[in-house]
Design a protein around this ligand. Structure first.
Ligand code: GLN
Length: 453
């Protein structure tokens, strides 16, 4: 049943029909009874949601699409799940991803590919391809994803859905299985910008269980989305990031992007050009910082504390040998590649040359953003240099796969918010347009995104 579910889309790893129907029935009963309890219902009560299988849930398995966690059940809910349950959104189930969220195509899942509903021979993006495909295929109106280097925005782009990476620290990471903790952020995947705003306001806010959680109140995102939907961007300065256009971007993507700029100008926005010269080093820095954090975060999968334990076929059962055989069998190639890269980058003697320099680049990327935001209120670029590609076309070439993330990674390095909204089709396949704003100014990406929608 690996590739077969849901008319071939296979967005879900686990379907939670019974519990979802029970919650829906409960909401129906409350609405039918009327009165104060019905009045107090969240506006999205009863609206089903799909959850990326990197976010832990009580009563449903969480695998991170890895053999390592096969059969593991979390004893606690992620903070975002507590909020989703409290608002009575029926949880449909858990969606497919690249193993431990490492990839851009969902081809690195240990449980088979998710297919793009626009063309079943093509990838739905990654790592959150399952959440985006579920929304694009009308299986779920809402979904949750995680974005460490683009895993909400890029699947959004290639499936014609809306994906948001909130400001780092504005949505609790408690209960999101950590990939790279300084970059990870949970966010919404939906069909419309307004839906994302409503969901984002629900899941956002301070959480003392996440040490990097901001203490700010949740900004008024719904209001910003409604303002944008009037189609008036008078007085808004939109900065085109010169380094994220042109060479390397497919002609069809560039064409839809240029049309989007014309639409923004028509809406009254002032289009300016900004330069972020250090963005050309961002991909390289990300692919050092991220694996370094991965090597540390994934050390806990030791065959003792979580999920799988695979004993060595022969010889003594020492802790090192059990750990080795468990990790050899439990992790896929891409996960192993990143653990090895990260361990190397952090090793004594190489630390300054690799991890240390990458952290310096991270600071330079943050400075580029700061300078650009002096000239513009929001920045804009294509979300992904290409439309959805065919299965297998990049899976043997890690570098080609990594290049897919060139436009999404700077936001994670700087902790700033981003949205990807549909920007039309190129040869029948969706193109995504990305808006970025300064940290804590998530409202701006909702306004701009809703205006283009
Ligand atoms: N494609 C990126 C990577 O492979 C992004 C991953 C993510 O955001 N989880 O690292």
């Amino acid at each position: 049943a690996v590739d077969g579910g849901e008319r071939g889309v296979h967005a879900f790893l686990h379907v939670n029909a019974e519990e979802a129907l029970a919650v829906a029935a409960e909401v129906d009963a409350i609405r039918a009874a009327g009165g104060a309890e019905a009045e107090a219902l969240h506006p999205m009560a009863g609206v089903p949601i799909a959850v990326k299988d990197l976010i832990v849930t009580v009563g449903q398995p969480t695998t991170a699409a890895s053999k390592m966690l096969e059969g593991w059940m979390s004893p606690y809910d992620a903070t975002v799940i507590e909020k989703v349950r409290a608002a009575k959104l029926p949880m449909l189930g858990k969606t497919n991803l690249d193993e431990f969220a490492m990839g851009s195509s969902t081809e690195h899942s240990a449980y088979g590919n998710t297919r793009n509903p626009w063309d079943l021979d093509r990838i739905p993006g990654g790592s959150g391809g399952g959440s985006a495909a579920a929304v694009a295929a009308f299986e779920a109106p809402l979904a949750l994803g995680t974005d460490t280097g683009g895993s909400i925005r890029q699947p959004g782009a290639v499936t014609g859905t809306v994906g948001v990476k909130p400001t780092y620290g504005s949505v609790s990471r408690y209960g999101a299985i950590a990939m790279a903790s300084s970059l990870d952020q949970i966010g919404p995947v939906t069909r419309t910008v307004l839906d994302s705003a409503i969901l984002h306001e629900l899941i956002g806010g301070h959480d003392e269980r996440d040490s990097t959680s901001l203490t700010d109140p949740v900004p008024s995102l719904v209001e910003a989305a409604k303002l944008g939907a009037t189609g008036d961007l008078t007085g808004v300065r939109v900065g085109v990031i010169k380094e994220l256009t042109g060479e390397g971007y497919e002609a069809g993507v560039q064409a839809r992007f240029d049309e989007s700029l014309a639409l923004l100008a028509e809406a009254g926005a002032e289009i300016v050009e900004v330069h972020c010269p250090n963005f050309k080093y961002a991909l390289g820095a990300y692919y050092l910082i991220m694996p370094s954090e991965v090597s540390s975060n994934l050390a806990k999968f030791d065959g003792v504390r979580y999920g799988q334990r695979v004993l060595p076929e022969e010889g003594p059962l020492t802790i090192e040998r059990v750990m080795g055989s468990t990790r050899a069998a439990g992790f896929g190639d891409e996960v192993k590649r990143r653990i090895i890269l990260g361990t190397y980058a952090l090793s004594a003697g190489y630390y300054d040359a690799y991890y240390g320099s990458a952290q310096k680049v991270r600071t330079l990327v943050q400075r580029d953003f700061a300078a650009a935001f002096e000239q513009a209120d929001v920045l804009v670029s294509p979300t992904s240099p290409n439309v959805a590609f065919e299965f297998g076309s990049k899976s043997d070439d890690p570098l080609a796969m990594y290049l897919n993330d060139v436009a999404t990674i700077p936001a994670n390095l700087a902790g700033v918010p981003g949205i990807s909204v549909p920007g039309g089709l190129s040869e029948g396949l969706p193109v995504g347009i990305q808006f970025l704003a300064p940290a804590r100014e998530d409202a701006r990406v909702y306004r701009a995104g809703a205006a283009l929608e």
